[in-house]
Design a protein around this ligand. Structure first.
Ligand SMILES: [Zn+2]
Length: 247
C-alpha cells in the first residue's frame, strides 16, 4: 500500500503581461493549475488587452495585483484601499465572477495592508517569500516555494534575512545546500513537499521567462511535477479556500 501523502501543487504568475498567454499554453499542456495576478494598469510594462484577460480567465484563475501595480505599504489609507478594491472590482466586472486571490506588488506588505486586503473579501494574498513548503498556508501572507528565476545564493539569503524568513533560510541551507540552479531547486522542493505533505508553489513573471530565455527549463520543471497521482493540483484561490475551511 502506498504511504505517500497528498500535497498541494500550485503556480502563480504576476503582472498580466502578454507573455502570460504563452504561460497559459504551457500550463495547459501539462495539466497544471495557475493563478494569474493582473494589475488593471502598469506603468512599468504592458498589460494584456481585456479581451485576452477574458480568454485567459476561461481556463485559469485570475487574481488581482492592485489597480496600478502600486507598492502598498506607505500609501495613504484611502489610496491603499482604492488600489486594492478597484483592482479587484475592475477584474470582477470584466470576468463576471469573483476574484478570490491577490498578490502584493513587489512582495511588500505590512499589518495595515493585510487588514485592507481582508476587508475587501480576498481569500488569499500571496507574498514573494521563498523556500516555503509548509502545509499550513498563512492566508494573508502566503509564502511560495520558489521563483522561476536564476537567482544567486547570496540574493536568496539576503531576501530571507530581510523578510525574517528563518525557516526558509534553514531549508535552503540545510536541505538544499545553497544550490543556485533554480530548476533543480524547484524539483528538489517538489520532492520535499511530497515527502512532508506540504505545499509546492512556483511563481514567476512570464515576461522574465521570455526575457531570460527560460521557457525550456520551465517546461522541464512542469514535466517533472505534472501528471502524478499524489498531488492535489489547485489554484491559489482554491488553496486559500481550503485553508479557510480548515481553520
Ligand atoms: Zn508585480
Amino acid at each position: 500500500m502506498s504511504r505517500q501523502r497528498r500535497f498541494i501543487v500550485t503556480t502563480s504568475w504576476d503582472d498580466g503581461s502578454p507573455e502570460d498567454l504563452k504561460m497559459a499554453e504551457l500550463l495547459h499542456k501539462y495539466g497544471l493549475a495557475g493563478t494569474f495576478y493582473i494589475p488593471v494598469m502598469n506603468d512599468e510594462r504592458p498589460v494584456m488587452h481585456p479581451r485576452e484577460i477574458l480568454a485567459l480567465g476561461k481556463e485559469f484563475e485570475i487574481g488581482s495585483h492592485t489597480y496600478h501595480h502600486r507598492v502598498l505599504p506607505g500609501l495613504p489609507a484611502r489610496e491603499m484601499r482604492r488600489q486594492v478594491l478597484d483592482g479587484k472590482r475592475s477584474l470582477e466586472q470584466l470576468l463576471g465572477r469573483e476574484v478570490p486571490s491577490f498578490c502584493y506588488p513587489k512582495g511588500k506588505f505590512s499589518p495595515k495592508t493585510i487588514k485592507c486586503v481582508k476587508e475587501t473579501g480576498i481569500r488569499l494574498a500571496r507574498t514573494t517569500q521563498a523556500f516555503n513548503i509548509n502545509p499550513a498556508c498563512s492566508r494573508f501572507s502566503c509564502g511560495t516555494s520558489l521563483q522561476a528565476f536564476p537567482e544567486r545564493p547570496a540574493i536568496h539569503l539576503r531576501h530571507g534575512l530581510k523578510e525574517f524568513n528563518f525557516t526558509g533560510i534553514y531549508l535552503y541551507a540545510a536541505k538544499l545546500h545553497l544550490a543556485s540552479n533554480w530548476e533543480s531547486l524547484a524539483m528538489n522542493l517538489f520532492d520535499l513537499a511530497a515527502e512532508k505533505g506540504g505545499i509546492w508553489h512556483l511563481w514567476g513573471h512570464s515576461w522574465e521567462i521570455e526575457a531570460y530565455g527560460l521557457w525550456k527549463k520551465l517546461e522541464a520543471v512542469f514535466q517533472y511535477v505534472s501528471g502524478r497521482e499524489q498531488p492535489l493540483y489547485m489554484t491559489n484561490g482554491e488553496m486559500g479556500e481550503r485553508a479557510r475551511q480548515n481553520n
